[in-house]
Design a protein around this ligand. Structure first.
Ligand code: NI
Length: 156
C-alpha cells in the first residue's frame, strides 16, 4: 500500500467528515478507498456499455453429444444481431471447431461469448475482443460485411 497526501478545502473536508460519521467508517482512508472503488467501477461499467467491439469466438464441441449442436445453433440464432458469421470445421469423427465473428456493444459480445463457453460440452472456448470505438471514425473501413449463413447443414 502506498501513502498519498491530498489537499481538500475546509468545507469539503467538513462535509466529508460528516459523511464518514454517518456511514460509520473507521477512518478517512477507508472511506476514500471505498468511494474510489465505487467511482472506478461505475466508470468502467459505463464505458463498457458505450463501447463497441468485434469479437472472434472459437470453441470445440462434440456433435455426438445429445442436443448440443442444436443448442449451439439456437443460441446463435437467438443473438443473430451479434453473430455476423460462423465458420464450422468438422475436426474429426466427433469434434467440431466453430469460429463465430461477433459485433456489437462490448458488454453484449462478452455476455454472449461467456454464455456459449459456459455451455456444457463446449470446450477450449476463447474470445478475442477488438475494440472498434476508434475505428468507427474511419468511414472507409468502418463498414462490415455480414454474410447470410444457413445452419441447415450444421448438424454434423
Ligand atoms: Ni461438425
Amino acid at each position: 500500500m502506498e501513502r498519498v497526501t491530498i489537499s481538500l478545502e475546509d468545507n469539503l473536508l467538513l462535509e466529508f467528515d460528516a459523511f464518514i460519521k454517518r456511514k460509520g467508517y473507521a477512518n478517512r482512508s477507508e472511506a476514500i478507498r471505498d468511494l474510489l472503488r465505487d467511482r472506478l467501477e461505475q466508470d468502467r461499467q459505463s464505458e463498457d456499455r458505450a463501447s463497441s467491439a468485434v469479437g472472434c469466438l472459437s470453441y470445440v464441441f462434440n456433435h455426438h453429444q445429445r442436443e448440443l449442436s442444436r443448442r449451439v445453433t439456437e443460441a446463435q440464432h437467438a443473438r443473430h444481431d451479434l453473430v455476423l458469421s460462423t465458420l464450422h470445421v468438422h475436426l474429426d469423427h466427433e469434434n467440431c471447431l466453430e469460429i463465430a465473428v461477433l459485433k456489437g456493444a462490448t458488454s453484449d459480445v462478452r455476455g454472449f461469448a461467456d454464455s456459449m463457453m459456459a455451455e456444457t460440452g463446449v470446450h477450449y472456448g476463447n474470445l478475442h475482443l477488438i475494440s472498434t470505438q476508434h475505428a468507427d471514425h474511419d468511414h472507409t473501413h468502418g463498414h462490415s460485411h455480414a454474410h447470410v449463413h444457413s445452419h441447415e447443414d450444421d448438424q454434423a
